[in-house]
Design a protein around this ligand. Sequence first.
Ligand code: MRU
Length: 353
Amino acid sequence: MTEHIQYDATRQVLVLLDQRKLPCHEEWFDCRTTEELIYALQTMVVRGAPAIGVTAAYGCHLIALEVAKETGSSGNWRQTLRDRLHLLKNARPTAVNLAWAVDRSVAAWDAQADLELAPLAALWLEMAIALHAEDLACCKSIGRFGGALLQDGDTVMTHCNAGALATAGYGTALGVIRGAIDQGKAIKVIANETRPFLQGARLTAWELHRDGIPVTIACDNACGLLMRRGMVDAVVVGADRIAANGDAVNKIGTYGVAVLAKQHGIPFYVAAPLSTIDRATPTGDHVPIEDRTPREVTHVGDVQICPDGVPVFNYAFDPTPAELIAGIVTERGVLTAPYADSITRVFAEAARD
Ligand code: MRU
């Protein structure tokens, strides 16, 4: 797939494949300013936890350039920059990769606090390019570890889009599927459509179909029937934030899929890089859940499907309790219960290397 996040160094623009327009149109969206970056994140031109993190890393660089233009690198540019980074960090609340990427840039700045604006912008570009490559490598590694969990001939259900489009490339949940295929296994995919933004029907189906991976779209509410009929061998999903106890917060509806998987004895796996694990958040119930515009529920495209004046719930994510998760596939291997221990261990190991 063409890289969907591209930095154009000549024009100093972050160019994003506009995921709102898929699968019917391939259009690109240019980000230069704080306002454009926040707009792209909030309207989901770019979405998916790791992709949001990569975008935010380039965003820090672009915001530094913007502040340089506005202030001429003089006056109180440091405060202006901090204020804009704060806005970027809070553009969406649930996926921890956004805050994580901005905090990483800020930590590098704090370590060299007397850096002037131009070298700071250059440092952040270098860091963003490195993070972009790192995320792709993490996905490939998740694919190798996770691919080994699947059997030749398996049909795998996934919810939302945790694919190339949601990461730097290759994907986390879809990375596991790609990993199994790279290991020579025949894998079929059921993509839950994922109301209301339809990341499954629009994005997962689009990228798998383009790659020649057999995919069938199912309505979200067909999940129970498909499992009851023995049509699902495993479930693999991504995550926006994994709490210290292993609870995994992912796209709304994931929790229901996990409960149904438990009822039918189907293994339910979560695939995510360590950057998605937030040890400062004790459980999934402590994760802020994004509450999005009712319009996503009341309309499909421009067509209204709900009566005027009726209130709507549009919570975008839900926590799946750790006890429903058979394994968390990371770039450092598959974590198993008790997750509080395996998460502590994997971070200690990462800190040593
Ligand atoms: O609202 P979105 O589309 O950003 O939500 C995305 C998801 O829930 C993904 O499953 C998650 O970010 C994992 S992406 C590898």
